[in-house]
Design a protein around this ligand. Structure first.
Ligand code: GLA
Length: 728
């Protein structure tokens, strides 16, 4: 049983972890433990002194040691004497903001709960159990239903909360976090993933300081600047050693992660929708659903945690026929042509690529309206006849005749002021009355909280998808959102806009992915500005970054790999000098780096030399052979490219018999020692043969002593080594 209740104590057990909480004699739900599995009731740890200025609930009587301000709570509410960050804030008709949440009931349900309108982990009835705990504020009748999805075999617990107005008066929810996790013991550090456009998900590790630390996005997307994932780890925790907790929010909009290190050196982590860009009016009988957080804990370092997140996201967040299937090797024309293309140019690229073994041509931005520049035509999803005089259908037929599939780019949530759509429906753009809107890349954002706007967009995208044999959609979003106002909402509800926007996005993605189950959807937001588990529920891959420089990509993909599986990372070989940095990396190094993802090309193959074309053929053969190992195997970070002169990673098959090591030595040095690189995840007693030179090594030697890296002659030397266990 994944969920057990003994003496009012709740035990949530996965294969290696235990999550424990207890409703005490006053009905306060205390958090007791999230850690290694033990049959111990962990309440003995709670031993609190009388802390002055930490007040006591009235019903604690004369017990001055009983304070909500000091004890670990399962879901902390505002207004009841807990002065730490709270998970929930609800304001009542009389203006007061308080919820005194006490235990009311619980329910264990087979399988994993789902959340209306929101993406969430899904699981079979035998794979998961759901625990629902209802807490109630007796005066107002407002309830919070805490939901726990326990997936023992995945070593994952999911959390979510539903705020139910069970009272007679309307209330306003000002904060409804998905996760509140109190850790009363130990000293922790935190790692968050920051960045900017072209440089996403840089891990930053910091000790917790007293007070509040935060990472967040207010951009309407999960953002390039901060990712909705966080790691808490014990000091000294490494890839392979030490305790750490990971949390990933399954959400694509404004979010907030806050960690408070309190007066008693206790840690509280909250995560959810950004409360500064949120409120929700709840009439009697209505419910608000917070998005989900995926939680996992490891006492063997980050690697174990990453393996768990990769597996749950790939197998139980991603959906549809493509989630585990081999992904097509695609060629995208964006960096080859930008807006300057026509049917002839595309067909030439396709022809060249088909000859090299590429599976699919993706026609990027510029095929619709009068889109010859980025200041026009977003919203007008009609084929540009000047560029494609024979229509989309004919183009796709000709690409298909070359043995290739065809994919297409959209940016549905946007509108150009210079567009037919804007001339007809200026009121569809997000804009605050009597004020000028903020422009981003010259464009405005559509009010997709409106059903009529969503219907228009779903209709427009569907018409194009029905008009030709389209196998793939790249769904882009090229600015941060702003000007939150919708004519359809009352003044009190305007702050609901950022969340309603995300619900609108999910509604469109759900309708389209259900209507076109064969189409592979790839998410995108100026590269990786909306790289989150929410998008991965609809799109099993996301364009990881607009930075296609292979050296940079080793860093971006390193940061991305802490939570997200390799198959979710869209990654392409592009031309040199690179368009973002001017750097020139030989094509083998570019290939090895791009293979750490859902692989493709983004250049005009006709401009390659014969030698480079031969290398592309070899890369495609390699990805066809190793793609299943790369996507299904376990991923190991073997170096930290931010600190070392080498980026190296490996994929090991589930049975431990195959290993592929890839990477790049950044800079050559004279008199350089060939430093060994230790592998992980192999069978120590097995012997492995290197395909390159036939040499045989024991697993123990490969893991304890390592393989020798190649001699670097010149910069950006690729590392490639494939080994298989020898039949004994
Ligand atoms: C974004 C994407 C790019 C490309 C352009 C087109 O920046 O990330 O890959 O599609 O838009 O405008």
């Amino acid at each position: 049983m994944a969920v057990r209740i003994e003496n009012e104590t709740f035990y949530l057990e996965t294969e290696n972890t235990l999550y424990q909480m207890k409703a005490d004699c006053r009905g306060v739900l205390k958090h007791l433990w999230y850690g290694a599995k033990t049959r111990q009731d962990m309440e003995y740890l709670l031993d609190y002194p009388d802390v002055a200025f930490s007040g006591n609930p009235y019903d604690a009587g004369e017990d001055r040691t009983y304070s909500l301000d000091t004890m670990p709570l399962e879901y902390a509410a505002e207004g009841v004497g807990d002065y730490r960050i709270s998970a929930v804030s609800v304001c009542h008709e009389n203006g007061s903001c308080v919820l005194d949440l006490r235990y009311e009931s619980c329910r264990i349900v087979p399988g994993k709960y789902s959340i209306p309108g929101l993406p969430a982990v899904y699981a079979g009835e035998n794979e998961a159990q759901t625990l629902e705990i209802t807490l109630r504020d007796a005066v107002s009748g407002v309830c919070v239903i805490l939901k726990y999805g326990v997936l023992p075999e995945y070593d994952v617990i999911t959390r979510s909360a539903v705020i139910v107005n069970g009272g007679k008066q309307p209330v306003t929810v000002n904060r409804a976090h998905s996760l509140c996790l109190d850790i009363p013991y130990g000293q922790w550090e935190w790692i968050h993933f920051h960045g900017r456009h072209l440089q996403e998900r840089v891990p930053e590790r910091r000790p917790l300081l007293h007070g509040i630390q935060q990472s967040s996005s207010g951009r309407g997307t999960s953002s390039h600047q901060q990712n909705p994932t966080v790691l808490l780890c014990r000091k000294g925790c490494t890839e392979t050693d030490g305790a750490c907790i990971g949390a990933a929010l399954v959400y694509s909009g404004c979010f907030q992660t806050q960690i408070e290190y309190d007066q008693l050196n206790q840690t509280r982590l909250v995560m959810g929708i950004h409360p500064e860009l949120f409120c929700w009016e709840l009439a009697p009988g209505e419910s608000f659903y917070a998005p989900e957080v995926i939680l996992s804990l490891s006492d063997t370092g980050f690697e174990t945690l990453s393996h768990r997140f990769h597996r749950i996201i790939r197998e139980r967040v991603c959906r549809g026929k493509h989630k585990l299937a081999e992904r097509p090797i695609l060629i995208n024309n964006w960096e080859a042509t930008y807006f300057d293309f026509n049917e002839d140019k595309l067909l030439k690229i396709a022809e060249g690529a088909a000859g090299l073994g590429v599976d699919m041509l993706v026609m990027d931005d510029g095929w619709f309206g009068r889109r010859n520049h980025d200041d026009v035509s977003l919203g007008d999803w009609n084929v540009n006849a000047a560029k494609l005089p024979n229509g989309l259908g004919r183009l796709v037929e000709r690409v298909n005749a070359m043995g290739m599939d065809f994919g297409i780019w959209f940016e549905p949530e946007m509108i150009s002021e210079d567009s037919e759509l804007y001339r007809t429906h200026p009121e569809w753009a997000l804009r605050i009355p009597e004020r000028n809107p903020v422009r981003g890349r010259h464009q405005l954002v559509l009010d997709i909280t409106r059903p009529d706007v969503r219907d228009y967009l779903v209709g427009a995208v569907s018409r194009i998808l029905q008009s030709a044999n389209i196998a793939y959609v790249k769904w882009d979003f090229n600015r941060s959102a702003s000007d939150w106002y919708s004519a359809l909402l009352s003044a009190e509800r305007q702050r609901e806009m950022p969340h309603r926007f995300v619900l609108g996005l999910y509604d469109m993605l759900e309708r389209l992915t259900q209507a076109f189950p064969n189409v592979l959807f790839e998410g995108c937001c100026g590269g990786g500005g909306r790289f989150d588990a929410g998008i991965l529920y609809y799109c099993p891959q996301i364009w990881c970054s607009d930075d296609t420089d292979a050296y940079e990509r080793t860093h971006i993909q390193y940061g991305t790999s802490f939570f997200y599986p390799v198959s979710s990372v869209g990654s392409h070989v592009s031309a040199v000098p690179n368009h973002q940095t001017g750097r020139s990396i030989p094509i083998r190094g570019r290939g090895v780096t791009a293979m750490a993802g859902s692989f493709g090309y983004e250049l005009d193959v006709n401009r390659l030399t014969e030698e480079e074309k031969e290398e592309v053929r070899a890369q495609i053969r390699a990805f066809k052979e190793f793609g299943p190992l790369i996507h299904n195997g376990k991923y190991f970070r073997l170096s930290n490219p931010f600190e070392e002169n080498v980026a190296a990673w490996a994929y090991v098959s589930e049975d431990g018999r195959q290993v592929l090591v890839q990477g790049m030595i950044f800079h050559a040095e004279p008199n350089m020692l060939r430093s060994p690189l230790c592998l992980r995840g192999l069978e120590p007693g097995k012997r492995y043969r290197s395909r390159e030179d036939g040499a045989v090594y024991t697993g123990r030697a490969l893991m304890d002593a390592g393989i020798l890296l190649p001699k670097a002659w010149g910069d950006y030397v690729p590392v490639e080594c494939y080994m298989e266990a020898v039949e004994e």
